[in-house]
Design a protein around this ligand. Structure first.
Ligand SMILES: [Zn+2]
Length: 163
């Protein structure tokens, strides 16, 4: 099954609820019928740089850094659920941090030996997009710190997830 999801930038599969979450009272135009060929087209250049080119956003720049609302953090590239607000904590690093993914199979880990360091890179299981890195200095119960680029994530408030 995951193989079908690994094909890269595919058609956006985020349910309409995600659009509802962002719908402003009247000012914002509703992006319903726009012919978007693939999800990559919906990424900003900054998001593209992180997700598709493995870039890192500048610390303390993410709107999600101090977001304490209940909800789910999904991949900005494909909409796959990645983290729950329940595992988010303030690591002081300047990047949104979590101590566990929402499901092990959703956040993949691979070795990253770039920049003269050996790190564990996290990628989205849905689209292969770069999310951030995981470090062994997190809080209990996992002892892990998933150090994420806020640009790679999209927050879906709890009211709209239907849980
Ligand atoms: Zn993804």
């Amino acid at each position: 099954m995951p193989l079908a999801l690994l094909a890269g930038c595919r058609v956006q599969t985020v349910p309409p609820t995600a659009a509802v979450a962002q719908a402003a009272p009247a000012a914002a135009p509703t992006p319903v019928e726009q012919p978007v060929p693939e999800s990559c087209a919906m990424l900003t250049p900054e998001q593209y740089r992180v997700l598709r080119e493995g870039g890192t956003e500048r610390p303390f720049t993410s709107e999600l850094l101090h977001n304490k609302a209940k909800g789910t953090y999904v991949c900005a590239g494909c909409g796959l659920e990645l983290f729950s607000s329940e595992t988010k904590y303030d690591s002081g690093s300047g990047w949104p941090s979590f101590y566990a993914p929402i499901a092990k199979g959703n956040v993949l880990t691979k070795l990253d030996e770039s920049h003269g360091m050996i790190r564990e890179e996290n990628v989205c299981a849905g689209c292969g997009g770069h999310l951030g890195h995981v470090f062994p200095d997190g809080p209990k119960p996992t002892g892990l710190r998933y150090c994420m680029n806020g640009l790679a994530l999209k927050f879906v408030p709890a009211e709209t997830t239907g849980e």
